[in-house]
Design a protein around this ligand. Structure first.
Ligand code: SAM
Ligand code: SF4
Length: 316
């Protein structure tokens, strides 16, 4: 079975990002337009569909699954979904904007959630509000504290843009204060985002090199980040899809909330699993997963072609 998880250039594809809803209570300017429309509820995979699909990914050898969105905490059956994933995969990780973590962290931990990546683009309330178009920084910071205090491992994710570049040292200090890693993500021209606010990661490195800062080999989690350490021991990562391509190490597929399996986030093409999931045809679901693996492109061409599906649909 394992052999079939290799794509045409030998990459082992065993990591699923699963967007369980495309809805969000924020409107981060790089992710989605302010006036956007979402899938009708009736189009989404149900809890039973999710149980069936998660089991199949496990059966064919996927090693890890991360829940994402949209904002995954907006799904009313999130705790059940987390239980399914953690029972099937032995653990569950999630990416969230943190806005509902204060109220949910303890129950999420009990359901089996052990890791969250929380998006934190600013620690200034006004800038945070402007970037997220409506997000409340205080709520998110309380959510992060709560997640840490119940025992969930937290990493911070910051998309670098002209709107928050000046805050980078402060964000690193904030991560230091909490004792958690922080990763800086290069903004990608995905969906309707034209990358007008793009800043290359090297600029962040230059800024931080003014302090003591060393590259380390550590790999944290299952993703593509490259890591450095500050003199105070805080891990700082960079996810550099635009200026430093890491496609040759890609191990992911992305499943949308309506059952579309995307071989790569930089392209619109996908394989639909929905019909086969809804009618519980496991062989057909498996065949389609292998097909998506075989369709993985060699690399993204984000700067040369347009892509119309927003990150919230495909699952960032
Ligand atoms: N709502 C959750 C959140 O914000 O963490 C999960 C979904 S969000 C689409 C997942 C990740 O994608 C976030 O870290 C977000 O910052 C990142 N993201 C969204 N649009 C992006 C873009 N155009 N370029 C780079 N990262 C992006
Ligand atoms: Fe929502 Fe996350 Fe997209 Fe921001 S990045 S709009 S929080 S899905």
């Amino acid at each position: 079975m394992k052999e079939e998880l290799k794509d045409k250039i030998g990459r082992n594809i065993d990591y699923l990002r699963f967007s369980i809803t495309d809805r969000c209570n924020f409107r981060c300017f790089y992710c989605m337009p302010e006036n956007t429309s979402f899938l009708p509820e009736s189009e989404l995979l149900t809890l039973d569909d999710i149980r069936f699909a998660v089991q199949i990914f496990k059966e064919i050898g996927f090693k890890r699954l991360r829940l994402t969105g949209g904002e995954p905490t907006l799904r009313s059956d999130l705790l059940e979904i987390v239980s399914i994933v953690s029972e099937t995969f032995g653990s569950c990780a999630m990416t969230t904007n943190g806005s509902r973590l204060k109220e949910l962290a303890l129950e999420l931990y009990s359901a089996g959630l052990r890791e969250v990546n929380v998006s934190l683009d600013s620690i200034d309330s006004e800038t945070f509000f402007r970037i997220t178009r409506g997000g409340n920084l205080k709520e998110v910071l309380k959510g992060i504290d709560e997640a840490i205090s119940v025992g969930i491992k937290v990493k911070l994710n910051t998309v670098i843009t002209q709107m928050n570049f000046h805050e980078i040292p402060e964000l690193v200090q904030y991560a230091e204060k909490l004792g958690v890693p922080i990763r800086f993500i290069e903004e990608m021209p995905i969906g309707k985002n034209n990358n007008r606010h793009f800043i290359p990661y090297k600029k962040v490195l230059e800024l931080l090199h003014e302090n003591d800062f060393i590259q380390i080999e550590t790999r944290i989690g299952y993703g593509p980040a490259r890591y450095y350490k500050t003199s105070r021991g805080t891990i700082v990562g960079f996810i550099t899809a635009i200026t430093h391509n890491f496609c040759n190490g890609c191990n992911k597929l992305r499943l949308s909330a309506d059952g579309k399996l995307f071989p790569c986030l930089a392209y619109d093409y996908h394989v639909s699993l929905k019909g086969a999931i809804k009618s519980r045809r496991s062989d057909e679901v498996k065949k389609n997963i292998y097909n998506a693996i075989s369709l993985k492109p060699l690399r993204h061409e984000l700067l040369n072609r347009t892509q119309s599906n927003g990150m919230n649909r495909m699952g960032g």
